[in-house]
Ligand binder design. Structure first.
Ligand SMILES: *Cc1c(COP(=O)(O)O)cnc(C)c1O
Length: 477
């Protein structure tokens, strides 16, 4: 018999079934096979608890099982997963920077699940040096005498400062005391490395004589920092690297250049705005530090290249052990560097360069091809137009230079007053897709820059999913 109702007018609520009953329901077969009994029991318990707490509605048994199944599917979805970067920023730090070439992905896979000769010299059968897997390539490509790889360029700078100038002065121009973003500030890194910052010159003008005056017995290092993400224009002056290099050699102090982006090729020969190369910096500097996943187009790491005796000091520093990288990083870096040995095919095989050099006409043709389908699928939901736009290189490289591109601009079917809220909702829905689509909102539209779109099938599947899903309706906004 049922317990007497508290009040005669209260409707009798159906009682949730038992866990055991749901587990033997025929609808449990598929989730049981996929996730196992332990996980499904947990999900059913969570679902029933939500109903008891009043956070979820009671439903028929099959529906409860479907909800438990969906809960498990959501739990299984990885947190870190692929997205479509249509922001127009090719090297987007928040979206993982450079896309690895196929060759690098294969090399990583090959060493990932088994043993590898990471620190083992196969010829001599004795302990080897992990940097050996890329050092010869870096030497060949940059002209450096030696090279070391660490976790990222911030680590490279930290290590160089600590190894060469702990408890000593490091001379830097006031125009180069920059914040790169993500809390990399040159003065802070300097302090953490145990160095004393000796600022010279002014924000807009620093001369060779400023450095010459500052160099003294306490000097450990002279450093030049590529300003990366900003540019000073107007009444400006900086000491030429060639002059600084000469001065430092005369006075017997090492000279390091933090280049930021590790560019190894002549950008102008690809029709891109010029960007200093590692080779050019090494012509004057004793050491150069640069990122592996900016213009170099490889994996996250920092490379220190330069004079053999200084690299030996860097390698002996205990911080090197703390900042070293794993076999997957060496595998990806080695495979990517090898692509540079074949300049004829580089712009095809290195995704970063391939995306940066995509001709505007090709991107526009792609936009024209996609427009009818996207427009048709989103009928009544958004007005879609093809527009010219500009892409950015990103990651601090060439901050003022942009590349002409084409985009699909999505505009609301609602009046302008409510456009802001609609665009926010649309961006949310795009982020919630199976492969999240990340665009850029501005001037009353959400723009999808197609420079970085290579997999059209994946993109169109997302548009289909967007059209099929609930959408910000006129009423909602
Ligand atoms: C990007 C950059 C850094 C930091 O490099 P990460 O690889 O992001 O650690 C340091 N210095 C300069 C000049 C940079 O452009």
């Amino acid at each position: 018999m049922n317990a007497p109702a508290k009040s005669p007018s209260a409707p009798t609520r159906p009682r949730p079934p038992s866990v055991e009953r749901l587990l033997t329901h025929h609808g449990a077969a598929a989730p049981l096979a996929a996730y196992g009994r332990t996980a499904l029991t947990g999900a059913i318990r969570a679902e029933l608890a939500a109903i008891r707490a009043g956070d979820a509605e009671m439903a028929p048994e099959a529906a409860l099982l479907a909800r438990a199944d969906a809960r498990l599917a959501a739990e299984r979805r990885p947190s870190l997963r692929p997205v479509l970067n249509l922001t127009g920023t090719v090297l987007h730090t928040n979206l993982g920077r450079a896309l690895l070439p196929q060759e690098a992905a294969q090399a990583v896979a090959a060493v990932m699940t088994g043993a590898a000769n990471l620190e083992f010299d196969l010829e001599r059968g004795e302990r080897g040096e992990r940097d050996s897997h890329v050092e010869a390539l870096v030497r060949r490509l940059t002209g450096a005498e030696a090279a070391v790889v660490v976790n990222n360029n911030a680590a490279a700078v930290l290590l160089v400062l600590n190894a060469l100038a702990m408890r000593r002065e490091v001379i830097v121009s006031r125009g180069e005391l920059v914040e790169i973003g993500g809390s990399f500030r040159v003065p802070d890194v300097m302090a953490r490395a145990g160095c004393r910052l000796r600022e010279v010159g002014t924000t807009n003008r620093t001369h060779l004589a400023d450095y010459a005056e500052a160099i003294g017995p306490r000097t450990g290092l002279v450093m030049k920092v590529h300003p990366s993400n900003y540019a000073i224009h107007g009444f400006t002056a900086e000491a030429a690297e060639a002059d600084l290099g000469r001065l430092c050699r005369e006075r017997g102090v090492p000279f390091a250049v933090d280049l930021g982006s590790g560019n190894l090729i002549d950008f102008s020969s690809y029709g891109l705005p010029p960007e200093p190369t590692v080779q050019a910096a090494l012509a004057n500097a004793d050491l150069v530090t640069f990122s592996g996943d900016k213009l170099l187009g490889a994996v996250q790491c920092g490379i220190i290249a330069g004079r053999r005796d200084l690299i030996a000091r860097v390698r002996k520093n205990p911080l090197k052990r703390a900042l070293r990288v794993d076999k997957m990083t060496y595998a990806a870096l080695e495979a990517t560097l090898r692509l540079y040995l074949h300049p004829e095919t580089l712009s095809e095989r290195l995704p970063t360069l391939r995306l940066l050099t995509r001709p505007e006409a090709e991107i526009r043709a792609q936009a024209e091809r996609l427009l009818p389908r996207v427009s048709e699928r989103l009928t009544g939901l958004a007005a879609v137009a093809l527009e010219p736009c500009t892409s950015q290189i990103g990651s601090g490289a060439l901050p003022v230079e942009t590349l002409p591109s084409a985009c699909l601009a999505l505009r609301p079917p609602v009046d302008e007053r409510r456009a802001g809220a609609w665009l926010k909702r649309l961006a949310e829905r795009l982020r919630a897709l199976p492969v999240p689509v990340i665009g850029r909102i501005g001037d009353g539209a959400l723009r999808l820059d197609l420079r970085t779109l290579e997999d059209e099938a994946v993109f169109l599947a997302q548009i289909d999913a967007l059209a099929g899903a609930a959408f910000p309706s006129r009423e909602e906004t």
